[in-house]
Write a protein of this length. Structure first.
Length: 149
């Protein structure tokens, strides 16, 4: 008996998960916020956080293309002002998101509160509280991309 004869085959197809625009925007922002939380926790622990990505590089001598890992730039969405208070700015792409009354910055206070604040923002995004703001940011980004091309 062959190996394939032992298997049970089916004609079922994989169903594709279709996300709405809002779900896709939430998913993207939550992913970035989780990275910011990892970065904040690493800063609090005094450990550098290095994320990597894959890049195709062509060897000049042999002409062969190789896939290598390179460190990914991790920009912090927070900073400290003159009074050492931590401020967190929400971003979509590389632009700040104006959440409330054209304000995009959250006053955190001390650095050790930052991961908790990021968790609260993640909960707000999951609940759909920023859907209108995210759709507006997406619309602005699409307009700018059309102007460039």
């Amino acid at each position: 008996m062959t190996h394939l004869a032992k298997l049970k085959f089916s004609d079922k197809q994989r169903s594709q998960v279709k996300m709405t625009v809002e779900e896709r925007l939430r998913h993207k922002l939550i992913g970035r916020l989780k990275e910011q939380k990892e970065l904040a926790e690493a800063d609090l622990n005094g450990v550098p956080l290095v994320k990597t990505r894959h890049k195709m590089i062509k060897d000049k001598e042999t002409g062969e293309t190789k896939r290598v890992q390179v460190p990914r730039l991790m920009r912090r969405w927070w900073w400290q002002d003159e009074t050492d208070a931590v401020l967190l700015e929400l971003r979509y792409g590389n632009k700040p998101i104006a959440v409330v009354d054209n304000k995009s910055t959250i006053e955190v206070g001390a650095m050790d509160k930052l991961p908790k604040v990021i968790d609260m923002v993640i909960e707000a995004v999951s609940a759909g509280e920023l859907d209108k703001v995210l759709k507006a940011a997406l619309g602005e980004r699409r307009v700018k991309l059309r102007q460039v091309s």
